[in-house]
Ligand binder design. Structure first.
Ligand SMILES: [Zn+2]
Length: 114
């Protein structure tokens, strides 16, 4: 995972992302520093805190600048949620969860493939 992040470091290091008016700040302000997954209050400036403010891309950008800088594609989450649920989704390539009949909700889940 570090390799993937490192290869997109120029996106995360850009002023358009991390600057005072960057997309990251815009997302956190829009979401009122509240985790969009568990509803906890986010902590700024302490990257290792369990509730550290993290801005997640809903659709993995994989280096695509258009997805990366799309305010509609980002959500504020805490470090715990990001490291857990979201990372698991990215690793598996499909969403975690199932419907009322126990079928995985994501059509990309292996169970839903022919
Ligand atoms: Zn959370």
């Amino acid at each position: 995972m570090t390799g993937r992040i490192a290869s997109h470091a120029y996106l995360y290091n850009s002023a358009a992302w991390r600057g005072p008016h960057g997309l990251r700040k815009q997302a956190l302000r829009r979401d009122k520093f509240t985790c969009q997954r568990c509803g906890c209050m986010l902590v700024a400036g302490s990257p290792n805190h369990p509730r550290a403010a993290t801005v997640n891309h809903r659709i993995a950008h994989r280096g695509d600048a258009e997805l990366f800088f799309d305010l509609e594609n980002v959500e504020s989450v805490c470090k715990t949620c990001h490291d857990g649920l979201i990372q698991r989704e990215e690793e598996r390539g499909y969403k975690v969860g199932c419907d009322g009949e126990g079928r995985p909700v994501d059509p990309a889940h292996p169970w839903n493939l022919e």
